[in-house]
Design a protein around this ligand. Structure first.
Ligand SMILES: [Zn+2]
Length: 314
């Protein structure tokens, strides 16, 4: 037991030193151990220092050159070898003394194969995940509002021409949760996040598998410094504050379309539209559709203005 502990101790020490040395000069650090003949002598003193009571020095020097010789052939990375090293040496003293050499030698060949085999699963996912990592980086680059699902560019302050217009920190949104917007839409981050919530929890479930799902949302208005419904003398619209988006329809992955104007209250598409309208009430404070007034017969108006009375959805 003491011998094994001492051997393990010496090996951990050697592995650590070898690991340190290999980072700089792997060839030279291995050579003293790997050199046949001199290996026994070279290795013995260092081992002796660590454990003076070892009575069978022949098993260790034999096994060490064996594995050390393979090392230069199969050296893929210092870190891999270091861990592999530690494992190999810890198990080496286990078999009975007489059989240990014979048992270790045939294993040497298979061990090498095993080493390569064990590396493959490590390398393969790395290659596959490279694409995923690249995609992640691309998304991270285009992310706005601190959310990779919201892709676009930050545009900062948007000054308004009319009193009450403008956005302090605006973003121009191109895509949300993998769904493209037909035009880049300027809004604030609260609105962009509300849009994302609705797309994921309202729009996508409402469409389901129809046409393969939505590929593009037809945006007909976003930021615009104007009064409500463009009526002279009316209050500034939420569009003028970057808090609103108008959606007139959807293009599905199979190319088919859903239109608020044409499909409201008609068949399956109509049901989907009604569900989309209903689920927007919550993420958005104001939701207007064809049943609100004639201004909205052809689009949904969603905005993030909140009133004391709560959401306004018609
Ligand atoms: Zn609107």
């Amino acid at each position: 037991m003491r011998v094994r502990t001492a051997i393990t101790g010496a090996i951990i020490g050697l592995t650590f030193m070898a690991g340190l040395a290999m980072a700089k000069a792997p060839e030279s650090s291995l050579r003293p151990v790997a050199r046949p003949g001199s290996a026994q002598i070279a290795a013995a003193p260092s081992a002796e220092q660590a454990m003076p009571k070892v009575t069978q020095p022949e098993t260790r020097p034999e096994t060490r050159p064996e594995t050390a010789v393979q090392r230069p052939k199969s050296r893929p990375a210092a870190s891999t070898l270091a861990s592999r090293d530690a494992r190999g040496h810890q198990t080496a003293p286990k078999p009975p003394r007489q059989e240990s050499l014979a048992a270790l030698r045939p294993e040497a060949g298979t061990e090498r194969k095993g080493l390569f085999r064990s590396l493959r699963p490590l390398l393969r996912p790395r290659a596959v995940s490279k694409k995923a990592v690249a995609r992640e980086r691309e998304l991270a680059r285009g992310a706005v509002c601190g959310d990779v699902a919201i892709q676009g560019v930050e545009i900062g302050a948007v000054p308004g021409k009319l009193n009450g217009c403008g956005v302090i920190k605006a973003v121009k949104v191109r895509e949300v949760s993998g769904v493209a917007l037909s035009q880049n839409a300027v809004m604030d981050c609260v609105t962009a996040k509300a849009l994302k919530s609705w797309i994921n929890d309202g729009m996508k479930p409402a469409i389901g598998n129809r046409g393969g799902g939505v590929s593009r949302i037809r945006v007909v208005a976003h930021y615009a410094c104007r009064t409500r419904n463009n009526q002279r003398g009316a209050k500034i619209s939420e569009h003028g504050r970057g808090r609103a988006i108008d959606i007139a329809g959807f293009t599905l992955r199979d190319g088919s379309k859903i239109s608020v104007l044409k499909d409201w209250n008609k068949g399956g598409k109509g049901q989907s539209l009604r569900r989309m309208h209903k689920t927007a009430c919550g993420p958005f404070g104001t939701v207007l559709g064809p049943e609100a007034n004639h201004y909205h017969k052809d689009h949904f108006h969603f905005d993030t203005a909140r009133y004391r009375s709560g959401s306004y959805c018609r």
